[in-house]
Design a protein around this ligand. Structure first.
Ligand code: ZN
Length: 150
């Protein structure tokens, strides 16, 4: 590693983009290299100055910025439709729907076969009634005159 590499590591460390573990060899390099030592001190100073500026900007600016961000006007049910449900909940819901569908189909099949049985029984009854009707001896019906006024 040359000094440019060490200095890049110093910047990463100061920016918080690098863990202290990666900084070990820089610590061994700093006592033996005046240039990198100087660079480290300057970078640290710049960073703390920037940090102070970051901290000292007015909080009211945040409020102003937030107030000026246009609010998205969403359709009424957009939130509901785009709401992310956990995968296991969705899977459970799907299973319930499949089970309910199968149960409904089973019920429907039961009623259909029940209706078919009833229809066959009705046909049998009609047939029996017809047989009985035809087996009866013909009866001559003579009208009887009924006059209650005489
Ligand atoms: Zn160096």
């Amino acid at each position: 590693m040359n000094c440019t590499d060490y200095q890049n590591r110093i910047l990463d460390f100061i920016d918080g983009q690098s863990a202290a573990d990666n900084f070990n060899d820089v610590f061994f390099h700093l006592p033996v290299c005046a240039e990198c030592r100087e660079f480290f001190q300057t970078a640290a100073k710049v960073n703390s100055a920037v940090s102070i500026q970051k901290e000292s900007y007015p909080a009211s600016l945040d409020i102003k910025i937030a107030a000026n961000i246009p609010v998205n006007s969403k359709p009424l049910f957009a939130g509901v439709l785009t709401y992310r449900i956990p995968a296991y909940f969705a899977a459970a819901l799907l299973l319930i729907m499949i089970f309910a569908g199968l149960t409904a189909m089973k019920e429907l099949n039961y009623y259909r076969s029940s209706l078919e049985r009833t229809s066959i029984q009705l046909d049998e009854q009609i047939h029996k009634t017809e047989l009985l009707f035809h087996s009866l001896a013909p009866v001559e019906v003579t009208p009887v005159k009924q006059n209650y006024y005489y």
